[in-house]
Design a protein around this ligand. Structure first.
Ligand code: ADP
Ligand code: ZN
Ligand code: ZN
Length: 741
């Protein structure tokens, strides 16, 4: 008797273990590890999906208590032993269940797309024999045979279309044994290879060569640390990736390239296709489930060797993986916001541990925590200081307080206005950038630049329109909105707010003859919305592109020689401990869009806070100094990477009940807080304190050792659930979230 070890596809802690099922004799030949099965489960013996992760010859459970596998869902294994190891890692790391991890790693079930193809029966060597068997040459069956003589192996649908017939004659011929029909699997194509212009590798610059040689040598080492390439914008990181991939392919291995979803444009994918042709595929959330599934299968079957995609592409099932490259590694989209809340960078590293593949991270503005790891020796670090074209744009910081003094109350400073005019006259393109994230808005003085902030948390107060109060979203402190600036007494203290639409209107008024495109959440819906706007701009169909963070990333437009940042303050005062880092990244990335060709680029950054270190260092393109400053602030305030932050949010319709439960939770935590290892901040309302009549409150817990913090919080949550009725309350927990709001 053979028993299968099965994980049931139910995401519940009590079910998160292995169950034994009897393998019916008729399944023994077909069933393998890595297949999905249907099994009866629970008292009612309801059918559930299960994953076979092993077999055993015996079971501790008495035979009469065991159940039989009902059916097998897959023709071939869809996950491997390595997948199971990775899922186990994820379960521990992201405090979830094995079933949930396996479901995240694997594609959704999609049936193979099958077409039916018609062939002449090759056993009848003499084709006239075929015709003799049909009556007259003019009839439909004969026409089908004639057609097949020329186009043997055409699909049933195509024959019907070309000959304008129904399927009756085809069926008749099959019955007579004159033709044979086979099912053939067709994989959906997502890339167009008909116009590939192959490019030759560039002769690398000295800095590129140093990076390429170093990483190539790492490919052959047994113990591999991840490699971080810190390379300024325009330093040619993509060329480095291409040459590393070339080496990997030469060794018969495969590569995964992760790119933030937003930079996953045809332009990006083409840089890989133009070097490696049909060995490339890509995946993207805008593809259909079937299309994505087929790319997954091409990888699994070795039909392709390079997969480009967003964070989920890290799970591409290559069997001989050589390298995982993560471009723009600082991007927050590498962290999943749904369970399991994985970080693709951590997954890549673990895949490296399991399979021996190398992880390469690249960025012009590495995540502070990543750079810290590199400095501490956890990663190998490569630095590229120069642009390939050796020319950085001129970055000008404009003090908007002075504009107010001059009486200029528009969103454009005089300098930026002149520069846009100048660019229009010279037929060059301009990007105007406005960073506005969600609902958060801050209160500041337009005269002296003072920003209202919570001194306890070193973050800005957020303005709440509903009750005209300022709230700290870390500790929950709230104060009334001042009428005058606490620093200079001016009455120009107010909350900040302007959207891309307003900027567009104002730009149109100022430059009625300019052709303007706007790119934000509202203008980019639909399958190709985002792409179409970029295509138009690249084709020179517009002079000015106005947009949100969507336009800051990775774009390469040679004719853009001017970038204007309307208000750096928007990201600087977002009320998050990472706002300096986000601002530095944003300014550096957006400046990197200007002057990428021979034309010298110009950048204007408008702000009420020109002395802020993130702006000063971004102006000088000086990541290292920024890092040194920022890491000191983090250490002093005990923020990551020096600690871990657990974010717990309670939501529900009954606000009082939520708050009461959160305070009860705090009580429990304080009781179990041995040696005061952990720090608690809040409870406080979330930035968006109510969505769809659901109130949202949160509490933050800090702890230096990740594992201890996690165990502590989960333990206390269990205690809370034991003692209290939590019906109607939803609990959402995240470790080190992207935004703590
Ligand atoms: P990054 O990703 O570091 O911002 P890119 O890879 O986009 O930089 O490179 C910037 C530009 O320089 C691109 O247009 C690229 O084709 C070009 N480039 C890269 N390496 C070389 C090289 N060795 N010689 C000439 N041009 C290069
Ligand atoms: Zn505070
Ligand atoms: Zn003031």
């Amino acid at each position: 008797m053979k028993y299968a070890e099965v994980i049931i596809s139910i995401a519940h802690k009590n079910v998160d273990r292995i169950f034994n099922y009897i393998v019916p004799e008729s399944f023994e030949a077909d069933l393998r590890i890595g297949m999905r099965v249907i099994v009866p489960f629970g008292k009612g013996n309801k059918n559930y999906e299960g994953y076979v992760i092993g077999f055993s010859k015996s079971s501790e459970i008495p035979f009469n208590k065991l159940k039989y596998i009902v059916s097998i869902m897959d023709k071939y294994p869809i996950f491997s032993e390595n997948t199971i190891m990775l899922a186990k890692f994820m379960r521990e790391k992201y405090y979830t269940t094995l079933a949930e991890c396996l479901r995240c790693i694997m594609p959704s079930v999609v049936k193979d797309k099958v077409s039916r193809y018609v062939y002449l029966n090759r056993e009848k060597k003499d084709f006239n024999v075929l015709f003799d068997k049909c009556v007259s040459r003019g009839n439909l069956q004969s026409r089908v045979l004639n057609f097949l003589l020329e186009f043997d192996g055409t699909s049933v649908n195509e024959i019907k279309m070309f000959l304008d017939i129904n399927s009756a004659p085809i069926t008749a011929l099959e019955k007579k044994g004159l033709i044979q029909i086979f099912d053939r699997e067709v994989k959906r194509e997502v890339l167009d290879f008909s116009h590939v212009n192959f490019t030759k590798p560039f002769v690398p610059t000295d800095e590129q060569k140093m990076a390429i040689d170093f990483i190539k040598s790492k490919l052959y080492e047994k113990e591999k640390k991840p490699v971080l390439i810190y390379g300024v914008t325009g330093s040619g990181k993509t060329e480095i990736y291409l040459q590393i991939i070339d080496e990997v392919l030469k060794n018969g291995k495969q590569a995964i390239v992760l790119v933030p979803e937003i930079s996953l444009t045809p332009q990006t994918v083409n840089r890989f296709i133009s070097r490696f042709g049909k060995r490339v595929s890509f995946t993207h959330s805008r593809l259909s489930v079937g299309e994505r599934f087929d790319q997954w299968k091409k990888a699994r079957e070795g039909e392709i060797s390079i997969m480009i995609g967003p964070r989920s592409a890290v799970f591409t099932p290559f069997s001989k993986l050589g390298v995982i490259i993560i471009d723009e590694e600082h991007e927050h989209t590498y962290k999943s916001e749904t369970t399991p809340k994985y970080d693709a960078r951590e997954i890549a590293r673990e895949i490296g541990n399991i399979t021996g593949s190398l992880t390469v991270l690249g960025s012009a503005t590495p995540d502070i925590s990543t750079y810290y790891k590199a400095k501490m020796g956890e990663f190998d670090l490569i630095t590229i200081k120069n642009r390939v074209n050796r020319s950085f744009p001129d970055v000008n910081v404009i003090d908007m307080r002075k504009e107010l003094e001059k009486g200029n109350k528009s969103v454009f400073s005089d300098e930026l206005l002149n520069a846009v005019e100048d660019n229009l006259l010279n037929n060059r393109q301009t990007i105007l950038f406005l960073n506005r994230r969600g609902y958060s808005t801050f209160v500041s003085c337009r005269k002296c630049g003072y920003v209202m902030e919570c001194k306890d948390c070193n973050v800005n107060f957020t303005y709440h329109l509903s009750n005209d109060r300022l709230v700290c979203h870390y500790c929950g402190k709230n104060i009334s909105n001042p009428k005058n600036c606490p620093q200079c007494g001016s009455k120009y203290i107010k909350y900040f707010g302007a959207g891309t639409q307003k900027i567009e209107e104002e730009t149109k008024k100022l430059f009625p003859e300019a052709r303007i495109l706007r790119m934000d959440m509202d203008t980019t819906s639909g399958k190709h919305g985002h792409e179409n706007i970029l295509k138009k701009f690249a084709a020179g169909e517009a002079d000015i592109l106005i947009g949100t963070q969507m336009i800051a990333k990775g774009l390469d437009f040679p004719n853009v020689s001017l970038v204007g940042v309307i208000a750096a303050d928007m990201s600087l005062n977002s009320g998050d401990f990472k706002c300096a880092e986000n601002t530095f990244q944003m300014l550096t990335q957006v400046s990197g869009r200007a002057g990428r060709s021979a034309i010298k680029g110009r950048v204007f950054i408008q702000t009420y806070n020109p002395e802020h270190y993130s702006i000063k260092f971004a102006k000088n393109n000086d990541y290292i100094s920024f890092y040194d400053y920022e890491i000191a602030v983090r250490k002093q305030m005990m923020y990551p990477p020096f600690t871990n932050i657990f974010f717990i949010m309670f939501t529900g319709e009954d606000e009082k009940k939520i708050i009461k439960a959160l305070y009860k939770f705090l009580d429990i935590m304080l009781k179990f807080n041995k040696n005061n290892q952990f720090e608690h901040i809040g409870p406080a309302p979330a930035v968006i304190s109510k969505i769809k009549s659901q109130y949202r409150w949160k509490i933050i817990v800090k702890g230096v050792v990740e594992r201890n913090l996690k165990n502590y919080v989960l333990y206390c949550l269990d205690k809370l659930k034991e003692g209290k009725d939590l019906s109607g309350i939803n609990i959402n927990i995240t470790l080190n979230p992207v935004y703590i709001m």
